[in-house]
Design a protein around this ligand. Sequence first.
Ligand code: HEM
Length: 422
Amino acid sequence: MNSTIETRATDGSAGARGPAPYYRDELYGLLSRARLENPVYYDPELDYWIVTRYADVIAILNDQENYTAENVTQRPIPMHPDAMRILEEGGFSPSPSQASIAPPHHTRIRAATNAILNIKTFAVLEADIRRLTIEALDRLEGHSRVDLLADFTYELPAQVIFLVLGIPSQDTQNVKRWAGNRTLIDFSPSTYEQQIEGAKGLVQYWKYCKSMVQDRMENRRGDFTSRLLDWRNGDDAILTLNEIATLTYSLMFAGHETTTNQLTNAFRELMIQRQAWDAICADPSLVPNAVEEMFRLVGSVIHWRRRTRREVELAGIRLPAGANIMLSFAGANRDGSVFPEPDRADVGRANARRHLSLGSGIHVCAGAQLARLEMKIVFEEMTRRYPDMHLAPGAPVEHLHTYVFRAPTSLWVDLGKPRLPN
Ligand code: HEM
């Protein structure tokens, strides 16, 4: 069994900035206190204003006039010149990411991705997702204690999105490693060594995406890149080739890292709040709402960013134009004025789906329906096969030192006796 994941095995100590406990379990308590006492507060370590109330977060996500998304992929610390040189010399030159651009640019790009990332494409994947899930569960057989991240949730979402991207299975490990490089460089306060290694990885990653575009120009294969080329129809005003390489690069990250973390967080929480796990084992019809409840309670994107376009007032505080804002999904999703008993996992919660873990407004997650489908199938198959699963006693869970994602580095569980597949 694969029990170590190199790109995740970071202690984050050197280079990690400040004491901000966003990657620890105290996260939720800290945000809840802030929401009551100080709903918009400045974190000097991050140089961001943290917004914790549901009403403020959803309003900002839907307000393109006063806020821009241009900082969503801004690196938390400037890259070291040595790492920058590696990127420049390697020809690393993606276009601005879809998540960070404003209309009308965003409208043009979103139209292209919506034409492919939609219910029709995702529904076709259902049988494959179930097959891949069952195969992954079969590989756990014979092992009583496993690291559920390394041995199950790490690869599965990548295998699914690679069906959309047309990436052969032998490239899975490379792409996962590059995605790990990107998490460290773009979303974590990375060390010098991580930046150097990460920059080398990003150069390979970008070259891989460019070569996919080149290849699909000659041989269309019906995959994401091929369909973007069809959509482009040779017209740079619709999409440039660099934009297609960038969209491929983005999907190769957004389409699985988040789902890997979401599944891992959800399994951990369901083991901790055992009554919720037992409820879905007893009644599988509760699974779709349990998926939403896990998005709400332990979403894998805990913060997402915006910047003020002009002076604004938030919770009685005046913020100048150009202020960096961290929208705390982790805070908003536990706002008791919207979700009663917010810390409790209630798989029957009537409004669980109002969570903000997939965003809202024009940038709302383009893969939301796929993420939901994957979670649903995985929960169905896991509850059927391993209803007695428990957290392994005494195995601590560490998280990557990023304030954007909630990303465990391991999840040790005792599987219990498998039930026979029916
Ligand atoms: C658990 C899984 C996932 C989570 C938690 C998640 C979360 C998010 C969030 C928070 C955003 C930004 C929303 C906003 O600014 O309002 C986003 C955007 C995006 N996501 Fe996801 N995502 C997940 C899975 C996926 C998958 C599976 C795909 C691809 C199939 C995907 C593709 C995208 C894309 C392309 C965008 C950019 C949308 C735009 O700016 O127009 N995501 N996601």
